[in-house]
Design a protein around this ligand. Structure first.
Ligand code: AMP
Ligand code: TRP
Length: 327
């Protein structure tokens, strides 16, 4: 069985875009791969964040992933900070990374170019920590958003560098970039990605939104004045977005939805999509509350940390021997 690993930064609240583009994919993958999913909480410290907020985000994130169908029997779910090997290998990777190499990472470069204030050294070196996150587990695939692909490429370079300088130690991982078509757009501005940080509240549905309010957001989504129901993301992006959401949440194909709506109006499609979103959120939030009340999160993390530590500590011991830290 091939191995897959991904990390999620607990910095914001999850959206319908995160669910359709990422969480739902993880839930599918867990039947086909040996999966490691961790909360990258040490990465969250690269920008200032209140402790209470970090704690709440982390709990919510895990409860939502479990509510969405991630199964701790199949997937190892853990906190990065519960596995000290991440920080340990992170330092080795930092020392293997070039100063200029890290300066070329677009995320960091963009922030520097914008002359943002409060840029930390952690924001500069975090791609090296991310490389460690990955290489500890020898995954075949790393599913990431497009903005993170460059960091997986850096990871490949660092792994090759280490293997060449010492001896074969790390598997070279492949990035797996979210497929097109699974991208969900802002309901008010359907050429922009639905995003917690950039969308207006009306354009973005959060997984913990009140379901009735979420239904209203669908009803007031921007469409177009053509009045024909067809799947044409280029000329009718708002409509295509609604069809994508409906298809993703029901499993019905896009063609079948378009067929069903021949001769009908946008109002009807919005009503059905709104109702589907309402039911989806109601269901998800019910499970989310049950999970939070049951204290299962603590147990999942404890088990996950045990399994992850076993794998990661072995790798660090090997690395410490090879580089000469262990005498
Ligand atoms: P982010 O919240 O941007 O850090 O992204 C976390 C994961 O969710 C990545 O795999 C993204 O590709 C995915 N994701 C975020 N927003 C969307 C969206 N609007 N549509 C589809 N996938 C998304
Ligand atoms: N840096 C990633 C992000 O900002 C999160 C992350 C940390 C990650 N470590 C990882 C993703 C390892 C994949 C693999 O979204």
């Amino acid at each position: 069985m091939k191995t897959m690993l991904s990390g999620i930064k607990p910095t914001g609240r999850l959206t319908l875009g995160n669910y359709i583009g990422a969480i739902r994919e993880f839930v599918k993958y867990q039947d086909e791969y040996e999966m490691f999913i961790f909360i990258a909480n040490q990465h969250a410290l690269t920008v200032p964040i209140e402790a209470a907020e970090l704690r709440k985000n982390t709990k919510d994130l895990i409860a939502l992933y479990l509510a969405a169908g991630l199964d701790p029997e199949k997937t190892t779910i853990f906190l990065q900070s519960d596995v000290p090997a991440h920080a340990q290998l992170g330092w080795i990777m930092t020392c293997l990374s070039g100063y200029g190499e890290l300066q070329r990472m677009t995320q960091f470069k963009d922030k520097m170019a914008k002359q943002e204030t409060g840029i930390t050294a952690g924001l500069y070196t975090y791609p090296s920590l991310m490389a460690a996150d990955i290489l500890l587990y020898d995954p075949d695939y790393v599913p990431v958003g497009i903005d993170q692909k460059q960091h997986v490429e850096l990871t490949r370079n660092l792994a090759e560098r280490f293997n060449k300088r010492y001896s074969d130690t790390f598997k070279i991982p492949e990035p797996l970039v979210t497929k097109v078509g699974a991208k969900i757009y802002d309901l008010q501005n359907p050429t922009k990605k639905m995003s917690k940080s950039e969308s207006s509240p009306k354009g973005c549905i959060e997984l913990l939104d009140n379901p009735a309010q979420a239904r209203n957001k669908i009803k007031s989504a921007i469409t177009d004045s053509l009045g024909i129901i067809q799947y044409d993301p280029e000329n009718q992006p708002g409509l295509a977005n609604l069809i994508t959401i409906l298809s993703a949440l029901t499993g019905e194909s896009i063609e079948s939805i378009v067929d069903r709506y021949q001769g009908k109006g946008y109002g009807e499609l919005k009503k059905e999509t709104g109702d589907v979103v309402f039911d989806f959120l109601t269901d998800l939030q019910k499970r989310y509350k049950e999970i939070l009340d049951s204290k299962i999160v603590d147990k999942v993390l404890e088990e996950g940390a045990k399994k992850a530590n076993a794998v990661a500590n072995k790798k660090v011991a090997k690395v410490y021997r090879k580089v000469g830290l262990k005498i």
